[in-house]
Design a protein around this ligand. Sequence first.
Ligand code: MN
Length: 704
Amino acid sequence: MALGHIAELQQTLSAYLKPADLARIDDAFHLAEEAHRGQFRKSGEPYISHPIAVAEILSQWQLDAQTLIAALLHDVVEDTHVSKEEITVKFGKSVADLVDGVSKLDRLEFQTQQDAQAENFRKMLLAMARDVRVILIKLADRLHNMRTLEAVPAEKRRRIARETIDIYGPIANRLGLDSIYRELQELSFQFLFPLRFAVLSKALKVARGSRRELIARVLKAIKKQLDEAGVKQQVVGREKHLYSIYEKMVEKRLTFSQVLDIYGFRVIVDDIPACYLALGALHALYKPVPGKFKDYIAIPKSNGYQSLHTTLIGPFGTPIEIQIRTWGMHRIAESGVASHWLYKDGKEKFSDVQQRTTKWLQSLLELQNMSGDSAEFLEHVKVDLFPDDVYVFTPAGKILALPRGATPVDFAYAVHTDIGNRCVAAKINGDLVPLRTELKNGDRVEIVTASHAHPNPIWLSYLKTGKARSQIRHFLKTVHNEESSELGERLLSQALRALESTVDALTPEQWERVVRDSGARSRAEILADIGLGKRHAAIVARQLISGDETRHDTKPQGSIVVRGSEGMAVQFAKCCHPIPGDSIIGFIKKGQGLVVHIHDCPTAFRARSDPERWLDLEWGTDTEKMFQVSLRVTAANQRGVLAKVASAIADAGSNIDNLSLDEERGMYSTMHFALEVTTRDHLAQVMRRVRAIPAVVRITRVKE
Ligand code: MN
């Protein structure tokens, strides 16, 4: 049985392929046949009958040898012991990539039934295919599975039919593959609604019998009219498809006979002038219905379809729909994108064919721009030629479209701003991955959140979506502003103290005047500016109290209390790492807020030239945070000394943030720790514990 089919296939192929290609296709057949031996279809046929049938469908579009080889092998990687590597070795990388592409599509399952999701799923398939030929093989595969769906259990039958009508039918339509589109619809309709299908097809049969005479009469009249006008042509009556009748009945609320009483004819001619000649002749034969004429030759449809459409009033007032097109347009209408893969001659290289396809797609795009609805079309035909989107799944199975290069953080913000702001980790297909990982088509992405988490400014360096960027900037700015105005208020109340006043004692009038005079938008802005070092607290205080900047005799201001919980408005200098208990000073750095140093920090000392900006600070009694501090430990080179030091640190209730080791020199080695402690006392405890280790010879806190 299978062997009979392969003989037929070979015959079809020998009409347009070279002997060398035929031999390779034969090799592929033998590999597939051997690999699938012992496997059977639900229908009971040997499994190999399926890949042969798929290749046969593709041979009707005269596709190239690589596509046919891949068609014969399309199920071996998923279902047999044959590997992608083996295919690469025997048939080359292009064939192996095609097989791999089809296998990947097979693993995707369409789950939800929402229209918007179906649209995204179609886009995902097209984007994943990376090569139009993968889609063509997949469509041929689906067509044969639909043709043999009878053998499959009812439940699965309905699911496959639903997927076909939602996903694969529209893809075939967009690629301009009209005949396969119609057949997929017809078969899906039959398996989805068996009863309606049976009733309608019976009614159609009866109706056709009674209308045959009228059709013959109109056909004869059309031919005669065109012959007399000197138009060389072929005219055929068009059978209405059951599914399109059904659709029209549902959509336009028409009865069966109302839909069916429209007759369809197609006129195919040699060239474009003949199309318009034929149109004129037919409008002279029967009266045209006003408003029904459409010129898809001048303005083609989005999938490249071209024809003239018109509706005439025939004998007894019957509407007659006519399509007029050239043979070239007819070929594209029937097999769409596939017609551009038609095998030309043996010398044409793959890259040439691909270039031709690219050109064709590009010309379609230009036509699209002319006719106006380019955006949608672009989405559908780009297939690897314009690979700028990735499609990924949410844990609930929803599909999101993101720009290529997008990361889990982009994904998180696309789902919801809150999820983005609280994102701490991500899983792709169940595995934890770094947040900067690039997402791939078909990935299932899950975001791990924590209620107190904040967006990290570092994310801005790798994000791809504008939404995520602006949300993070917005978040940081809001938080920063809040924290800065809090600090500003404290700086101001310190400055007011010197003028023997307090923030609470200020009147709204005093504030209004200062806001107006300073050109700020609000009181909050002035406070934030003080916190950010853009305005001087002492000057603002004087403006508030006296309305001018003239110097008063001021009392000492006293110091500002630092708690460590101020957030981004207060930073602890990275040179000296101050901790509670250290005596500290601060410097307002423009645009950044207050930077805290230890009072004798050498770095701070070098920058003390502007004493106006230096502030006396003191620690609050309620500091809760852990502060970072640096320790240098020198110890004898003994086994396990590092472990001993580390556990002493942990025993003292401290964490190690970072550790680096100097190169070993002689008997001693030096370790640098970044630790977290709560206070100076805490640090002293840690150092005592470490010093107690016999191997440790020196321990120092590093302040620069
Ligand atoms: Mn298959």
